[in-house]
Write a protein that binds this ligand. Structure first.
Ligand code: EPU
Length: 337
């Protein structure tokens, strides 16, 4: 039997802490309950949203429809050989619990993604990434159900069309599936990615390069820059780092020598939006309770009672100013509902 909850507060379902409500909510603890939720939705057509940890979402208004919250929390070893181990994690597993689980067992691959808020089911959707590693580097398969007909799917890494903060679940399959689990292929032999910014240096300060030291270093770096959602509502990076062409970049560099940059290929360069926003004078600024974090300008925060609209109004002012100053249009990374 499917259990729906009516008129539900979404405060605990979005890390921005926006006080929105939804008309109905279904929590799915099992595969069967995912299938029941799909039939329920097809028998009661209405707007719907599949919501994981709510760590990358901004509610503009109350949601006049059904929220489906997958909460499958199993982690299972599927197979292993000398080099690799394949594990399947339910969509509702807390992302950082999965990283901790793998680090504790000596499996390499997820440690740079330590302390990212959210659930496993969301990791392929926006291909979460940090400190030189992206979810796509270890994801083998994504499993779930199509909402239109309830059929199951199993997509390989290639079929997920992963790119920077992008996947098929944000393009062709946007809002068309419920992800139930993700299969990761991890290394059993030592391998680290330490080439992002100060990571290597910070790990070595802790002594030997080891899985636990890498994890702790990443946690320390994140804690020093990024606000804890429990203390200050936020959804991590609010904007994506823009990719611009090399000619435009060279022109900018001639005016702003210190502009940080990550070359993508011979014709494109990624520029940190946090730097652009800081240079545009917005770091630490607030309009009412909607503010730009004072330690990382890429993060917008809710100082208490900001509405979704307050955050969006601030975002639009920032977008305009960055555009006026640099001729670059930065785009939100969070899902605006
Ligand atoms: N910077 C500034 N001012 C700021 C923030 C950053 O000048 O206020 C400069 C830094 O000095 C540095 C550069 O921008 O030279 C990059 O900063 P940082 O290493 O903090 O990373 P980011 O590009 O701002 C991205 C991800 C983060 C991820 C970090 C580390 C995106 C949209 N964001 O931020 O992801 O943790 O790299 O890999 O790609 C998230 O997606 O929610 C998230 C937090």
């Amino acid at each position: 039997m499917i259990n729906t909850t009516n008129k539900v507060s979404l405060s605990q379902y979005n890390t921005f802490g926006i006080k929105a409500t939804a008309k109905e909510l279904i929590i799915c603890n099992t595969i069967e309950s995912i299938q029941e939720a799909i039939s329920y939705l097809n028998n009661h057509p209405q707007p719907y949203l599949v919501l994981g940890g709510g760590s990358n979402i901004l509610f503009r208004n109350d949601f006049d429809g059904l929220i489906i919250h997958p909460k499958l929390t199993n982690i299972e070893v599927l197979k292993e050989d000398e080099k690799n181990i394949w594990i399947e994690a339910g969509a509702g597993v807390e992302w950082d619990d999965l990283v901790d689980y793998c680090v504790n067992r000596g499996w390499y691959g997820l440690e740079n993604l330590s302390y990212i808020p959210g659930n496993v089911g969301a990791s392929p959707v926006q291909n979460i990434g940090a400190y030189g590693v992206e979810a796509k580097d270890t994801i083998e398969t994504v499993k779930g159900y199509y909402i239109s007909n309830g059929n199951s799917f199993k997509l390989s890494n290639d079929e997920c069309h992963f790119a920077y903060r992008q996947s098929i679940f944000k393009s062709n399959l946007r809002n068309k599936t419920i992800i139930s689990s993700v299969v990761f292929r991890l290394n059993k032999t030592e391998s680290y990615t330490l080439n992002y910014g100060p990571v290597k240096e910070e790990v070595e300060k802790k002594g030997k390069v080891s899985l636990t030291n890498v994890r702790q270093t990443i946690i320390d770096i994140r804690k020093s820059k990024l606000p804890e959602p429990d203390e200050l509502g936020n959804a991590g990076s609010f904007f994506k780092n823009p990719v611009i062409d090399i000619e435009q970049f060279k022109q900018l560099q001639s005016q702003h020598e210190s502009i940080p940059n990550y070359p993508i290929d011979n014709i494109q360069v990624k520029v940190p939006a946090g730097w652009l926003i800081e240079q545009a004078g917005w770091k630490g600024k607030a309009i009412g309770d909607a503010a730009v974090h004072n330690k990382q300008a890429l993060v917008l925060v809710n100082k208490g009672n900001a509405s979704g609209k307050d955050i969006l109004d601030l975002a639009h002012k920032i977008i305009d100013d960055v555009n006026k100053k640099f001729g670059i249009t930065i785009e939100p990374e969070v899902n605006i509902i």
